[in-house]
Design a protein around this ligand. Structure first.
Ligand SMILES: [Zn+2]
Length: 294
């Protein structure tokens, strides 16, 4: 079991510890449970899906990287597939706060990168901040997304974001979790092709500047992130953050990043190049390059 789980695991109920132990044995537990695993845990522990998601929150929060706030937030995004996707807040020492990832963004992007086609609900251990409420309004679930918080009645995003402004106000038809394919031809080596594929999936209706990042890790694993733009601009999640999120959730460390590639347009309305280079340099990775979408 990864050392980050030791304290959280010890605090779980005995039946849940027994049921989860075989899944957490692997150091590379993928920070998600398949629908089948979730149902099996519910049966073994006599829990509903809501109760299971609440019970798992301490494990999700154990992924938090919080050298600045020391305030660990855990979130579990629940997909229409029945899969449960963990997420936690991620901060990067020495790097501007604007680059941080919130727990809800982490769990949601994890599900999106994992191929989920829509979310039913998200369970979080603290009330979502305004930034996350706005971020969640960009999903194809719209204001109907269920939000579950400890000690609160179940509610939807509509309750948490009254008088909402979002993509529909700007006549944007395709939102996050809808299938998108910008259709750029895959070219170059595997890392390059994976970065282009991530750009093809990205959600960039406001700038028309699709982009994606691929990270090659020390053991040869490649993790990718797609850009998730937002109607209110600032809650947009850059492609690097979507990929860095997976580095932690898949059991690696930032020090494992050997090479990074950003795929973006040569003359887009915006560019991710400068912030991608500076954030990766700050995390100790100097090997950063760019492939231009054509
Ligand atoms: Zn937030």
């Amino acid at each position: 079991m990864h050392s980050r789980f030791h304290t959280a695991f010890a605090g779980l109920s005995q039946p849940l510890q027994t049921a989860l132990a075989p899944l957490l044995e692997n150091d590379r537990f993928p920070a998600m449970l398949t629908a089948e695993q979730s149902q099996q845990l519910q049966r073994q522990c006599g829990l509903s899906e809501d109760e299971l998601a609440f019970a798992l929150l301490p494990l999700a929060a154990a992924y938090a990287e919080t050298p600045i706030s020391h305030f660990n937030v855990g979130a579990i995004a629940r997909g229409v597939s029945g899969n449960l996707w963990f997420g936690a807040n991620m901060e990067y020492p020495g790097i501007a706060l604007q680059q941080t990832v919130h727990a809800e963004q982490s769990a949601i992007t994890h599900a999106w990168m994992g191929g989920e086609t829509a979310l039913r609900a998200i369970t979080v251990n603290y009330t979502p901040c305004g930034h996350c409420r706005q971020f969640m309004n960009e999903l194809n679930s719209g204001l109907d997304l269920h939000i579950h918080l400890p000690g609160r009645a179940a509610a939807t995003l509509k309750d948490y974001l009254p008088d909402a402004f979002g993509p529909r106000d700007l006549d944007i038809k395709t939102t996050i979790f809808d299938a998108e394919d910008h259709g750029f031809a895959l070219q170059g080596d595997e890392l390059s092709q994976r970065a282009i594929a991530a750009a093809n999936r990205s959600h960039a209706p406001y700038t028309q500047s699709p982009c994606g990042v691929a990270l090659e890790l020390r053991d040869g694993t490649i993790l990718t992130g797609s850009y998730a733009e937002n109607a209110a601009f600032n809650p947009s999640l850059p492609p690097l953050q979507a990929a860095l999120n997976l580095v932690i959730l898949k059991g690696y460390a930032f020090a494992d990043i050997q090479r990074a590639l950003l795929a973006e347009l040569p003359d887009g309305n915006i560019s991710q190049w400068a912030p991608t280079v500076s954030t990766l340099n700050g995390l100790g990775c100097q090997n950063v390059d760019r492939v231009l979408l054509a």
